[in-house]
Write a protein that binds this ligand. Structure first.
Ligand code: ATP
Length: 256
C-alpha cells in the first residue's frame, strides 16, 4: 500500500539566519495527518524556527521542506499560527477579532459573523462576544485567539507556547479544550512548549531537541488513547511518561 503524504516533511534541513551560526542542522521529521507533535528542548534549540519554516515566514537554508504536499508559502492558507501573546486588536470586540482572518480573505459579512460566532461558542465565549480584549482574562484572550484560528478550518495548526503565560489551572483546562476542538475539527498540530506534562497530555509524539546547533535528540511516542481528560494526569503511566521525557531533557541540558 502507498504511504499517505505527510502533512509536514523536513529532509536534511539546515537553517541559519543571514550569516549567523547554524540554528538547525540535519533536521529530518515527518508529521502525519492527525499527529499532535510537541517540540521540547532548551532555549535557543530552534523550536520556534521550526514553526517559522513550516509557516513560510522564513525559508530553509538547505535541504527540503514540504508542507501539505507543497511549498510552505503555498500552504499558508491551509494553516494557522497561534502565539503565546493572543495578539488581539484592542479596539475590536472578541467577535470582530475572531472575524479578522475571514475579513482579510474577503468572506461576506453574514458568513463571517456566523463562522466567528460559532468558533467563539466552541471555546465557551458565546456570552462574551461583545467584550473588548481589556475586559477579558488571559485565558479568555487565548480562547479568542484559538477561535480566530479555527474560523479558517486549518488543516495544520502551529502553536508556539500558546499557554506559557497562563496559570496552571487555566493552562490545564485549555489543554483539554484544545483536544476537544481537535476531535471536532481534525487538524494536525505542531506545538512548541517548555512544559513536559503539557507535551505528554496533548501529544502522540514528543520530539526532544538539543541546541547549538538545533537538532533532534530523541523522539518519544505517547500512546494514551484520545479523547484524553484531566483524569489522565493522575495515572501512574502518565507520570512515568513525564519522567521519561524529563530524563531526555536533562541529557540535552547537561550536554556540553
Ligand atoms: N530572526 C532571527 N534572526 C537571527 N537569529 C534568530 C532569529 N530568530 C531566531 N534566531 C536565533 O536562532 C536560534 C534559535 O531560536 P528559536 O527562537 O528558534 O529557539 P527556541 O528553541 O524557540 O527558543 P526559546 O525556547 O527560547 O523560545 C537562537 O539562537 C536565536 O537567537
Amino acid at each position: 500500500m502507498e504511504e499517505a503524504t505527510p502533512i509536514v516533511k523536513f529532509t536534511a534541513v539546515r537553517k541559519r539566519y543571514g550569516a549567523g551560526p547554524l540554528v538547525l542542522d540535519g533536521l529530518d521529521l515527518a508529521v502525519a495527518a492527525g499527529d499532535f507533535v510537541s517540540l521540547i528542548g532548551p532555549s535557543g534549540c530552534g523550536k520556534s524556527t521550526v514553526l517559522k519554516l513550516v509557516s513560510g515566514l522564513n525559508p530553509v537554508s538547505e535541504g527540503g521542506l514540504a508542507v501539505l504536499g507543497t511549498r510552505p508559502k503555498q500552504a499558508r492558507d491551509r494553516q494557522a499560527f497561534i502565539f503565546q501573546d493572543a495578539t488581539l486588536l484592542p479596539w475590536l470586540t472578541a467577535q470582530a477579532n475572531a472575524e479578522l482572518p475571514l475579513r482579510l480573505r474577503g468572506v461576506a459579512a453574514a458568513e463571517r459573523h456566523t463562522r466567528a460566532a460559532e468558533a467563539l461558542a466552541r471555546v465557551g465565549l458565546e456570552k462574551n462576544r461583545d467584550y473588548y480584549p481589556r475586559q477579558l482574562s488571559g485565558g479568555m484572550k487565548m480562547r479568542v485567539s484559538i477561535a480566530r484560528a479555527m474560523t479558517l478550518s486549518p488543516e495544520l495548526l502551529l502553536l508556539d507556547e500558546p499557554f506559557g503565560a497562563l496559570d496552571e489551572m487555566t493552562r490545564n483546562r485549555l489543554n483539554e479544550e484544545l483536544l476537544q476542538l481537535r476531535e471536532r475539527q481534525k487538524f494536525t498540530a505542531l506545538f512548541v512548549t517548555h512544559s513536559v506534562s503539557e507535551a505528554v497530555f496533548l501529544s502522540n509524539r514528543i520530539v526532544v531537541m538539543a541546541a547549538h546547533p538545533g537538532r533532534i535528540h530523541a523522539e518519544v511516542a505517547v500512546d494514551f488513547p484520545y479523547p484524553r481528560d484531566q483524569a489522565l494526569r493522575e495515572q501512574p503511566e502518565f507520570q512515568a511518561k513525564v519522567t521519561e521525557v524529563s530524563r531526555l531533557l536533562h541529557q540535552v541540558e547537561e550536554a556540553p
